[in-house]
Each structure stands twice: as structure tokens, then as C-alpha cells.
Design a protein around this ligand. Structure first.
Ligand code: FEO
Length: 174
């Protein structure tokens, strides 16, 4: 039995994942404008990853014959003050998403919904990785502060981030 309460919460999470995507795309636009194409690329990959997260929940709902209800996506901020503030916001945002995923897991436990718990296990692990990555980039940006050669070096490094794996392949399904 896939409870209505849990279905509603997953629909809310789909919206949260699309908001994350939109936020990172807005950050990519800001970084492009600041002439940091490597960082903009990194953020665009982050955007794509969030779309895949949303689609994972979308496919899960459909696989269980639940009704996906898409809601309006809030407008993201457009100005971030500095490169350091951009990445500090990425980390803070991922910490918020981790809390959302944990709350969703608690609800799945309350509702005795084992398939949702299994799905969320992947997201719980993913959030550990997401926070670590954001933290690593932020730490390096804080190390170089506003020293342009340092920032350019990080920019070149972030330009090499590979495209994320689509959800079906990531789930190990044919
Ligand atoms: Fe969908 Fe970055 O967590």
C-alpha cells in the first residue's frame, strides 16, 4: 500500500529537486557572466544531476501506479555577491536537501513502505557525496580568496567535471 501521505511528500520532493536544478542553473548563468566558464560548467552538471534526481522520483511514482503532480517551481536568486558566496550557498542548499531526504525516509519508515526506503537509501548516500563535493570546492575557493591565478586554476579544474549518469543506468536497470 503506497500511502497518499507518502505520495504527496514524494511529489513535494520532485518539486524540491527541480528547484535545486533551477537554483544551480541560475548560478551557472551568474558564473558565465563573471567569465568563469569552468565553474559555470560544473554548475551546469550540477543542474543536470538535479533533473536526474527529480526523474528518479518521477519514474518511481509511475512504476508504482501513483499520480505525479507537478507544481510551480519558485524563482531562484539571480545575484550571489561573489564566487565564494555561490559555493557557500551550494553547500547550505545541499544540507537543506539532506534534511528533506531524511524526513522523507522517516515518513517511509512510519508508513512501512519498504520500496520507498530502498529508493531513499540511494539518495541518502548521494547526499553524503553532494555535501562532500560542495565542501571541497568551497574550501579551495576560500584558500585562494580573491587571488585571480588561484581562482583561474580552480576554474580550469572544475571545467573537467563529467556529465552525470542518467537515472535508469544509475539504478542498474536495463
Ligand atoms: Fe538532489 Fe543535490 O540533491
Amino acid at each position: 500500500m503506497f500511502s497518499e501521505r507518502l505520495q504527496t511528500a514524494i511529489n513535494d520532493q520532485i518539486n524540491a529537486e527541480y528547484y535545486s536544478a533551477y537554483l544551480y542553473l541560475s548560478m551557472a548563468a551568474y558564473l558565465e557572466y563573471k567569465d568563469l566558464p569552468g565553474m559555470a560548467h560544473w554548475m551546469r552538471m550540477q543542474y543536470e544531476e538535479e533533473v536526474f534526481h527529480a526523474l528518479r522520483f518521477f519514474d518511481f511514482m509511475n512504476d508504482r501506479s501513483a499520480r505525479v503532480i507537478l507544481k510551480a517551481i519558485d524563482a531562484p536568486p539571480t545575484d550571489f555577491g561573489s564566487v565564494e558566496e555561490v559555493f557557500a550557498e551550494v553547500l547550505a542548499h545541499e544540507q537543506k536537501v539532506t534534511a528533506l531526504i531524511h524526513n522523507l525516509y522517516n515518513l517511509a519508515v512510519e508508513e512501512n513502505d519498504y520500496p520507498t526506503q530502498t529508493l531513499l537509501q540511494w539518495f541518502i548516500d548521494e547526499q553524503v557525496e553532494e555535501e562532500k563535493t560542495a565542501n571541497d570546492v568551497l574550501a579551495r575557493i576560500r584558500m585562494v580568496k580573491d587571488y585571480p591565478p588561484g581562482l583561474l586554476m580552480i576554474d580550469q579544474e572544475l571545467a573537467t567535471r563529467p556529465a552525470p549518469t542518467p537515472p535508469v543506468a544509475a539504478a542498474g536497470q536495463p
